[in-house]
Design a protein around this ligand. Structure first.
Ligand code: MCN
Ligand code: CUN
Length: 778
């Protein structure tokens, strides 16, 4: 624990020996290409595959009719909606899957897909949530019986009456509308699968890009009717997930179904534009925030109202009891008496989603809202935003803290993190410099933005969090072999987070064995214990806890063997964490390690004990963990061009006890880069015909090394009181916490001229318009 152990997995990644789904090659393997709709809303009149079938190498053209025979034409989404695998009647978003061409190689499949003739009766599309909810909007979901409008669901939280009253009696109120734009997680590896049905064993193996292989197997079993023990999901190396690989996509089902029908392996790999245009998007929340406060900046109440665009199906990837994800943590790091939130969600002719993109189920939107609103309040009151935060922080002695919308925060020390970040950023000096530039009418304005966010990660507990009915626990299975080397298998699935290293560190720490003597396996449902997968930064909080507990079970058993070998009574044998050995109380020179004991467990175990040295733990967390941090961003805004440049970027994170500081830093850097992409350049938009106008990397801008500044990272350590090793998750904190800090900084540069909000992405033209409106342009 706490050591910067080099990433074990990097040997294979750096030497080009990673094994991704597209690297999987099977004898006799066929290839699948999907035919996708060019229209966003259209009824299918006819599909004619004869021209495709006539091509060399094309083996089959599949449509919904073919899948209907096997009862596979539709599939359940993770939120209990029903999505077409291949469009049965009506296309509901551009690039929706209409037919599949299976061929001997990828080129023939691609050629075939271009020769499938589909005639469409084009209907009027509706792409934005507000229009979708108007009375005369075209009905999208006529497949749902009795449905007469595009309303998806309503949701509310908190105490409306008490909140309204607080607003009526407040000395000061502020309000701001802000749009969290539609984003795409954009992992470098797109989605894909190799379906491989073996008629001899009557077993279906699916290699797929999955962040959650076990739950995907359960869903496959439910959809296909193939018994669960006859399905094996293998998620090999995953080239980035970021939430995009949590849902089930039609392509996975088609590859598996085609393999079942044709009795040959079938590979399906998405292209970039298919990934961006059809797989789970994130955000798309139109939010209205309000704060009621006293004149000296004490927040009395927070009220929010959201209009959510859920696309053509409700296919959000989140615990099923939370239709708005964890958005209801919108009171953030602040001790607020009362709060109320309401949300309406709409179906639109856009790809389905509402997945968490590097955030714990909508906490990103919540953090953005509250951290922006605190800045709006500070500007209204003419106060320093750091002071407004200090005034309202939940104090360390208030933990465990119950928020007005029902969250139980485990631990926190927000002011210490903020002070550390302000000091690292040289805050006071920059405030002076900011004023100097205003006084001197300088060409470049300076803006300072702060965000003091609280994250909520580590879902379950199972009683409140489930996916498709399966409670959210996680698991670890450790075997210590006779020579003292160990294998750990976990139910979570790394996509680049370094689990093969950090989880080995947990075992090494608990058992006193060398980190190189522990191998970590995951991503194979035939061999790994059932778990709910990696998203919502839950791996360390849940599977990490399971790993520590399983290791401790092994230690307990090892203790009796140690007593046997040391010829001492078991109660006289102690575990020394420092040296990683058992020794006899009062006689530290009589000691034995777990490695030495391992042989005894198999060859010389005490009478009455079972041989072997292994343990399993399924861990249902009592609560989530609440990592937090303070980010300070300093920007220069060019009054002539609207360009924003980062002058300083400070991130202080607290994820409790730290397993591997280097890996944490890597997570922070990656997440901050994604936060910068969010704030500055990324957005999926649609034109009036429902065409995706940000559907490839030419039009969906990702930040590169050119746009990313130097980050200065710091940390504080506030352990989680309920986690076996005191750790909290960290993987998503930087993406959750940084966008409001960046927007606050850009707003701050223009606040003296009355600018209160700038919408993301803050491209130069957007910023320049605000400069012009405020009379600041050059
Ligand atoms: N860690 C640690 N000490 C802590 C907390 C975490 O050393 N106190 C380490 C962990 O052991 C793990 C890493 O940091 O190696 C991230 O851990 P954790 O916060 O538990 O998050 P997960 O492993 O569950 O990863 C999920 C998170 C999510 S949800 C997204 S989205 C995201 C992210 O991780 N996707 C990623 N980081 C990513 N990084 C890469 N390279 N690729 C992705 O797809
Ligand atoms: Cu929140 S995206 Mo991650 O949960 O896989």
């Amino acid at each position: 624990m706490g050591e910067e152990v080099s990433r074990k997995e990097d040997r294979r990644f750096i030497t080009g020996r990673g094994n991704y789904v597209d690297d999987v090659k099977k004898p006799g393997m066929l290839h699948c290409e999907l035919v996708r709709s060019p229209h966003a809303h259209a009824r299918i009149e006819e599909i004619d595959g004869s021209r495709a079938m006539a091509l060399d190498g094309v083996v089959a053209v599949l449509t919904a009719d073919d899948l209907l025979e096997y009862d596979l034409a539709t599939m359940p989404t993770l939120m209990d909606d029903t999505q077409d695998v291949l469009v049965n009647d009506k296309v509901k978003f551009q690039s929706q899957e209409v037919a599949a061409v299976i061929a001997e190689d990828r080129y023939a499949a691609k050629d075939g897909a271009e020769k499938v003739d589909v005639s469409y009766d084009v209907l009027e599309p509706v792409v934005d949530a507000e229009t979708a909810l108007e009375d005369d909007a075209p009905l999208i979901r006529d497949d749902i019986e009795g449905k007469e409008d595009n309303h998806c669901f309503d949701w509310e939280t908190g105490d409306e009456e008490a909140t309204d009253e607080a607003f009526e009696n407040a000395a000061v109120t502020v309000e701001e509308e802000m749009f969290y734009q539609r984003l795409h997680p954009a992992p470098i590896e797109t989605c894909g699968a190799v379906g491989d049905y073996d008629p001899g064993k009557d077993k279906l193996t699916v290699h797929m890009t999955s962040q959650a292989p076990h739950i995907h197997r359960t869903l496959f079993a439910q959809v296909s009717g193939i018994p669960e023990h006859k399905i094996r999901i293998v998620s090999p190396d995953v080239g980035g997930g970021f939430g995009n690989k949590v849902p089930i996509y039609p392509g996975y089902v088609v590859a598996a179904a085609a393999s079942y029908v044709l009795e040959r392996p079938v590979k399906w790999i998405e292209e970039r534009s298919e990934n961006i245009q059809s797989t789970g998007f994130a955000r798309d929340y139109d939010m209205n925030g309000e704060i009621a406060a006293t004149e000296d900046g004490e927040i009395r109440a927070i009220r929010v109202d959201v209009l959510a665009n859920h696309g053509a199906y409700n296919a959000a990837a989140q615990p099923s009891k939370f239709p708005a994800g964890f958005f209801n943590i919108f009171t953030g790091s602040y001790d607020v008496e009362t709060a109320y939130g309401s949300l309406s969600a709409a179906y639109t002719n856009t790809a389905p989603g509402g997945i968490a993109y590097r955030c714990s189920f909508r906490v990103t939107e919540a953090v953005y809202l509250v951290e922006r609103m605190v800045k709006v309040l500070a500007d209204e009151l003419g106060m320093d935003p750091a002071d407004v935060r200090r005034r309202n922080f939940i104090q360390p002695d208030q933990f465990p803290y119950e928020s007005p919308t029902g969250w139980n925060y485990d631990s926190g020390d927000y002011e210490t993190a903020l002070d550390e970040a302000l000091e690292m950023a040289d805050y006071e000096a920059y405030r002076d410099e900011q004023q100097r530039r205003i006084d001197e009418d300088a060409d470049k304005l300076l803006g300072i933005g702060i965000s003091s966010f609280t994250e909520v990660v580590g879902a379950g507990p199972g009683k409140s969090c489930d996916i498709a009915g399966v409670e959210m626990f996680d698991s670890a299975d450790i075997r210590v072999h006779p020579t003292g080397k160990a294998t750990l298998r976990v139910g979570v699935q790394t996509q680049g987070q370094g689990h093969e290293t950090t989880f080995a560190q947990i075992v090494a720490e608990e058992l006193g064995i060398d980190v190189d003597d522990v191998v970590v396996e995951h991503g194979d449902t035939d061999t790994d214990p059932y778990g709910l997968g990696t998203y919502g930064s839950r791996s360390t909080p849940v599977a990490g806890a399971a790993t520590a507990i399983a290791a401790r079970k092994i230690r307990d058993k090892a203790k009796s063997i140690a007593a046997n070998e040391l010829e001492a009574a078991e109660e006289d044998v102690e575990w020394d964490r420092e040296s990683g050995e058992f020794h006899v109380a009062g006689a530290p020179e009589r000691s034995v390690t777990v490695t030495e004991i391992a042989a005894g467990a198999y060859m010389n175990h005490p009478g009455g004990e079972e041989p072997g040295l292994e343990a399993v733990n399924y861990y249902d967390p009592p609560e989530m963990t609440y990592p937090f941090g303070s980010y300070v961003v300093i920007v220069e805004v060019d009054r002539e061009t609207g360009e924003v440049e980062f002058e300083k970027f400070v991130a202080v994170d607290d994820c409790g006890n730290r397993i591997n500081p280097m890996i944490i830093e890597g997570q922070i850097h990656g997440g901050l880069a994604q936060g910068i992409g969010t704030a500055m350049m990324e957005q999926i938009t649609f034109d009036d015909n429902g065409n995706v106008t940000g559907g490839d990397f030419m039009n969906y801008l990702l930040p590169t090394a050119m746009e990313i500044p130097e980050f200065e990272t710091g940390h504080t350590v506030t352990p989680s009181p309920h986690h076996p090793i005191g750790a909290k998750g960290v993987g998503e904190s930087p993406t959750v916490g940084s966008p409001p800090a960046i927007v606050n900084a850009v707003v701050d540069a223009m606040a003296h001229a009355g600018v209160s909000h700038v919408e993301m992405p803050m491209t130069p033209d957007v910023v320049w318009k605000h400069l012009e409106e405020a009379g600041l342009e050059r």
